[in-house]
Write a protein that binds this ligand. Structure first.
Ligand code: ATP
Length: 372
């Protein structure tokens, strides 16, 4: 005789079987309610932060990875069902990394057809005369992320300008942002700390950048992509070991797993304490709390920020004579690739940045380096 099995129903609709536990809320829900909740949260973020205005041309930074693929899919769906009136484009940067970006770009080419969105690809080779393969051959694996991060930021801006885009959106998610907040605290990078948790950045630059997934958990993005069977590329960059960020990521995961009644700011101090003392702290909503703490840090209005000008060489925004990309390129072309690395203090701004470089960086804006 078969034993009686208890069937757990979705706690939102109470009509279908619950098939997953939402990482963000731990609610037991069905797939259909998950899709609706996931999409609706992003819609609310877009509307409440006024990310777009009707008629905007929006370039979606499309790497072929899970985040930007889900972003392209969800944004085109929301644009359709809520009638945002946006003109959406996929924008990809080909860094010239054989066995990685060439494969992920094939995914983007398929997404272009699947989602019916026009695609523009810009390459480092065309823009700078160098591929990342060539750069790594010259400088090795140690500082290559500095080149890649600086070049990608400019490449995205140039691609967006080509598309005459009003906004650039990227798939940076809540986990990415929480990690960056934590890393900027550890580095003492006050300028980036207040910027990295903003949902819109670069309003004083060539094009505003938005992060509609600022509060979206990576686990939910993966679930969404998996259940919807979206076509994405899941290999990590072969040149980016990201050891330091990996540590922050693991640490946040530990924080998520364990419960604590303490405030988010307190937890941040615990984070710092833990780093030095190898003690484990607790909190399930760690990701959102860390983002909130990042938002609460504001630079005093009396802090002197660098003045924004333009690069004498290429015309890109820069607070120095030359922008960071031109400094790095000059070093590469003169056979002195380390020239631009040591001198300007490139600090943690995002995961695309070289993470072996510390240093405070109120002036780091000069390099056009990424803080999303
Ligand atoms: N080569 C690229 N071309 C266009 N956009 C890019 C590229 N690389 C990164 N981006 C944008 O920056 C975001 C964050 O990039 P990151 O390298 O951190 O990858 P990720 O977190 O794995 O995201 P994804 O899953 O979309 O690759 C991406 O979601 C995408 O919007």
């Amino acid at each position: 005789m078969e034993g009686k099995r208890s069937v757990r129903m979705c706690c939102l609709c109470n009509e279908r079987r619950a098939s997953l536990s939402r990482p963000k809320t731990l609610e037991q829900i069905c797939r259909e309610c998950f899709y609706l909740a996931f999409e609706d949260e992003i819609h609310q973020i877009i509307v409440s932060n006024r990310l777009f205005i009707r008629g905007d041309r929006v370039a979606i930074g499309a790497s072929g990875g899970k985040d930007s693929t889900v972003l392209a899919y969800v944004l085109s769906k929301l644009n359709r069902i809520h009638d945002y009136g946006l003109h959406l484009f996929l924008l990809s940067v080909d860094e010239g990394i054989t066995g990685y970006r060439d494969d992920s770009l094939e995914t983007v080419h398929r997404n272009q057809i699947q989602y019916g969105l026009p695609l523009k690809v810009v390459s480092y080779k065309d823009l700078y005369g160098w591929t990342m393969d060539e750069i790594v051959k010259l400088i090795g694996l140690k500082n290559n992320c500095t080149f890649c991060g600086v070049f990608r930021r400019q490449a995205l801006d140039r691609g967006a300008a080509f598309l005459k885009a009003d906004k650039l959106v990227t798939g940076h998610n809540a986990d990415d942002i929480a990690e960056t907040v934590l890393l900027n605290i550890l580095r003492g990078d006050i300028a980036r700390l207040s910027r990295c948790s903003s949902i819109i950045t670069g309003e004083d630059g060539p094009i505003p950048r938005c992060k509609p997934f600022k509060y979206t958990y990576e686990k939910e993005i993966v679930m969404y992509a998996y259940f919807k069977k979206l076509d994405y590329f899941s290999t990590e960059c072969i040149y980016s070991p990201n050891a330091y960020r990996g540590f922050a990521r693991e640490f946040i995961k530990d924080l998520e797993r364990i419960r604590s009644p303490f405030s988010s700011l307190f937890i941040l101090f615990v984070c710092l304490f833990v780093i030095h003392n190898h003690v484990i702290a607790y909190r399930p909503r760690a990701i959102l709390d860390i983002i909130k703490s990042g938002e609460n840090f504001r630079i005093s209005t009396t802090t002197k920020m660098p003045e924004q000008g333009t690069c004498e060489r290429c015309g890109y925004i820069s607070s120095q004579k030359w922008c960071k990309a031109c400094v790095l390129l000059d070093g590469l072309n003169r056979g002195l690739p380390k020239l631009g690395i040591g001198r300007s203090r490139v600090a943690i701004g995002c995961k695309e940045e070289n993470e072996s470089h510390g240093g405070k960086s109120i002036e780091s804006k000069q390099c056009g380096s990424l803080d999303f």
